[in-house]
Write a protein that binds this ligand. Sequence first.
Ligand code: ZN
Length: 186
Amino acid sequence: MILPINTYSDQVLRRKTKPLKGADEQLEELIGNMFESMRNADGIGLAAPQVGASLRLLVVDISIAEGYEKASPMVVINPHILAVKGFVSMNEGCLSIPDVRGDVVRPSSIQIKYRDEHFEEHTAEFNDLTARVLQHEVDHLDGTLFVDRMQRRNRRKIQKELDAITRGEVRTSYPIATQTLDCEVK
Ligand SMILES: [Zn+2]
C-alpha cells in the first residue's frame, strides 16, 4: 500500500522517534509499505516519520542511482552511528521537501550499528552514496531535515520554496499527507 508522505512543516517530522523492541507482522507490513511508497516516489531512502510513524526505522534502496544498480535494499532499525570519517559536500533532496535541493556537507564514511528486518544486529561501514542516504535518514529519526544542515546563505535562497510547501502549495507525483493541499492557491 502506498502511504502518503508527510511534508516539511508537519510536526511528525520534528519529533524524536521511539526505538523498536522487536519484529512482528505489523512491522513487516509497515516496512513493505515504506518500500512501496519510496519506490512509487522514485526515492532512494525513506524514514518512518515521513509516513507518519514515529519509530526508529528507515529503508534504503539506491539501486535506481547510476552506478549503484547492484546495491541491495536495506532495512535499518534502531541505528546508531558509531564513528565517522572524512567530509564531503553532496547535493541532497527529500521526498518530504518536494522540488527543493541543496548542498550539505557530511562525513564521507560512517560506521553504523543497526538491526535488520529480522531484528538481527549488524555493525558495518558504509561510504559514498549509501553513507549519505543513511545519514540523511538517521537525521529524520532525530527530527532533523537536510535543510537544517545547509549553509545559512544557501538556506536563505530556498526559504520561499519552504514557505510554499508549508502553505500546501506543492505539486508531487506521489501522495502527500497534507490535508490542506490546494495546487491552485495563489
Ligand atoms: Zn528526507
